[in-house]
Write a protein that binds this ligand. Structure first.
Ligand code: NGO
Length: 530
């Protein structure tokens, strides 16, 4: 096993012991009877630097969570207390006074927008960051340093020990996303919040919501009300579908922001638009509305490119969506426009991208936009495969050389709807089978030939939901692959090591069990025996 980045040999030994299923005494902690703390280097995503040192800190009934006198720092403190109180059974008051304990400190230092430093020793744990987002990510690290049972919702015996030492950490990429397709099957606000909480644990900072497709339009638009009331009235398989009112969407946005995730709403166009075409006959070139669609074919629908009403419609939709979206981006889809001619596709994108800019947002689109004229500042989301043609990859690389940023979501690595093996009961296999190692073991910085490293904005794990219906379905497909996506997005390339990673991943299993997350027990991962 390659030693962990800037990590003393002791840690490697601890990891090997853990892999062998040996129990660990942390630092000079007294021999514990309850669950043991995680070693400092077992966090996912792997921190940039880990230096185990000295004695551990133990959270007790008297521990305070001390925060700077700022509303954002206090909020992060309350969030941490919300995680720790049920399982520890301790009061853990959040306060601006006192000494010792758990301290969340904002400081002008060199931590970047999302970075933090965590120092742990006998007198306390201090997380220091320049911005509240860094404090929040540091809190996720702290969670993972505590025994898995800290995630339970009822009081557990402890002890609640955090290994001693220092972690200095900041992300490799600014964009670290997960997409949920709420169109093929609709997911309630509560279900989306639940997924947000799972994403936050791994420092994912972007939630991309695929809000419209052939099978359903999921966001209320006041100027075109039938989109939601009729276009949203069904889903794959013919279920009743649903849509978010503007207030509900804003609730999702607010909740995501409280977990330091930015919401990227997607309205797919010009293809994947049957739900809109069914709702308004005038959007069709022939003026005839097709029926609602509940199958899983793709590529059969298109907005009418020559008609002016198409752009009046999109101006209204984008204006209303931009007004309830504080984030920087609007995703305009652009994939699989097989029923739109190439010329029409280019014309369409030339007209729509300025509408996004007009309402103050930045365009994201699937990478097919690189076959048109991506506007300055646009991001293209790559969803090709290893065996995507060299010509298509070259087209994407050329756009990247000309300034289009890339979000990497290769379907044969990062699509969470791909089956793990032939036996996976859910999901699809058009992009191949994607086991955990395949998903994790590659480098986004060196993936597409001819793409400058600086063009990679980040990574995203899409979860398409043709076959995904329940929370348990989401969990089973996302875990254990999602933490790998998060690690490729966050951790320096120098920490990348499948053999070390699989051991850290195995240690997450009991945490997911404590959280009620059912996951795929991949044989590639040395899970602890239950
Ligand atoms: C493709 C297609 C989606 C499907 C998905 C299923 C993209 C960008 N368009 O990905 O409509 O749902 O595959 O894996």
């Amino acid at each position: 096993m390659r030693p962990h980045h800037r990590t003393p040999r002791l840690l490697g030994t601890l990891l090997l012991m853990a892999a062998a299923g040996l129990s660990l005494a942390v630092g000079s902690a007294p021999a514990a009877t309850g669950p043991v703390a995680e070693p400092l280097g077992r966090v996912i995503p792997a921190p940039a630097s880990v230096e185990p040192a000295g004695s551990p800190y133990r959270i007790t009934r008297g521990t305070h969570i001390r925060v700077d006198d700022s509303p954002a720092a206090r909020q992060v403190g309350e969030y941490l207390a919300g995680v720790l109180r049920p399982s520890t059974g301790y009061p853990l008051p959040v306060t601006t006074h006192g000494s010792g304990g758990i301290r969340l400190r904002l400081d002008g230092g060199r931590f970047g927008d999302e970075g933090y430093r965590l120092d742990s020793g006998p007198s306390g744990v201090t997380i220091t960051a320049r911005k509240p987002a860094g404090l929040f990510h540091g809190v996720q690290t702290l969670r993972q340093l505590l025994p898995a049972s800290v995630e339970k919702k009822t009081a557990q015996p402890g002890p609640w020990t955090v290994a001693g030492g220092t972690i200095k950490d900041s992300p490799r990429y600014a964009y670290r996303g997960a997409m949920l397709d709420v169109s093929r099957h609709f997911f309630t606000v509560a279900q989306v919040k639940r997924y947000i909480d799972e994403l936050a644990l791994y420092k994912i900072n972007t939630l991309h919501l695929h809000l419209s497709d052939d099978q359903g339009w999921r966001i209320a638009v006041d100027s075109w009300p039938r989109l939601a009331t009729y276009g949203g009235s069904t889903e794959v398989g013919g279920g009743e579908g649903g849509h978010y009112t503007k207030a509900q969407y804003q609730e999702i946005v607010r909740y995501a922001a409280s977990r330091y995730l930015e919401v990227v709403p997607e309205i797919d166009m010009p293809g994947h638009t049957n739900a809109a075409l069914a709702s308004y006959p005038e959007l069709n070139c022939d003026g005839v509305a097709p029926p609602l669609y509940t199958g899983t074919d793709v590529g059969f629908s298109s907005l009418c490119v020559p008609k002016q009403v198409t752009y009046d419609f999109l101006d209204d939709v984008i204006r209303e969506l931009a007004a309830i979206t504080p984030g920087r981006y609007i995703h305009i889809g652009g994939d699989e426009a097989h029923s739109t001619s190439h010329d029409d596709y280019v014309k369409f994108m030339d007209r729509v991208q300025p509408i996004v800019a007009k309402y103050g947002k930045t365009v994201i689109a699937w990478h097919q936009i690189t076959g048109a004229h991506p506007v300055k500042g646009a991001l293209a989301q790559y969803w090709g495969l290893d065996d995507t043609s060299a010509a298509e990859k070259a087209q994407v690389a050329k756009a990247a050389q000309n300034g289009t940023g890339l979000i990497l979501s290769p379907a044969d690595r990062f699509y969470l709807d791909m089956k793990y093996t032939e036996d996976t009961p859910l999901g699809q296999d058009w992009a191949g089978l994607v086991e955990v190692q395949r998903s994790y073991d590659w480098d986004p910085g060196a993936y597409l030939p001819g793409v400058p490293a600086s063009a990679i904005a980040g990574v995203e794990a899409p979860l398409w939901t043709e076959t995904i219906v329940r929370n348990a379905d989401i969990d089973y497909m996302a875990f254990p692959r999602l933490p790998g996506v998060a690690e490729l997005g966050w951790s320096p390339a120098s920490t990348h090591d499948w053999n070390a990673y699989r051991v850290r991943l195995a240690a997450q299993g009991p945490r997911w069990e404590a959280m009620g997350i059912g996951y795929y027990r991949s044989p590639q991962v040395p899970w602890p025996t239950r």
